[in-house]
Ligand binder design. Structure first.
Ligand SMILES: [Zn+2]
Length: 147
């Protein structure tokens, strides 16, 4: 049913990968109760070949992390990634979270010149396209934190 509110609603392209709430955007991870390893996405349990993988608990990653690595990508991500136009070139960052996991995502609100290893970044969303109702279909992304 269409939302008559004038405020545009963001819809997660892949709802089991991240969550959007009043406290911001959080990636949905899980922690293995046997070895303590966090993995992403939360349903990806192939984290350690010899682990019994018992007691897996869902964990929301911290909203902020540190930029561990980045690159500039000059080609479009493969399907099912879908955008309304060519976004190349764009920065991709690998972000380290205090939960002990690194996750890759598009960097927004910045250019290559703004990026420094170790800088604080926060999880946000990136608008992929608009659906027939004009709603924003989004995926997760990272942006520099302006301290
Ligand atoms: Zn494990």
């Amino acid at each position: 049913m269409a939302n008559q509110d004038t405020k545009q609603e963001k819809i997660a392209a892949l709802p089991d990968l991240f969550q959007m709430g009043d406290d911001g955007v959080h990636l949905r991870s899980a922690r293995c109760g046997t070895c303590g390893t966090c993995f992403f996405p939360e349903y990806h349990e192939q984290h350690r070949p010899d682990c019994s993988r018992e007691g897996v608990e869902k964990v929301l990653l911290s909203r902020t992390g540190r930029l561990a690595s980045y690159t500039i990508q000059c080609y479009m991500p493969p399907p099912p990634f879908k955008t309304e136009g060519d976004i190349t070139p764009y920065p991709i960052g690998m972000v380290e979270f205090s939960e002990g996991i690194q996750v890759v995502g598009i960097m927004v609100n910045c250019t290559e010149d703004d990026l420094e290893l170790g800088m604080a970044v926060e999880t946000t969303t990136f608008t992929l396209y608009h659906d027939e109702q004009g709603q924003e279909i989004v995926t997760w992304a990272f942006r520099p934190v302006n301290d």
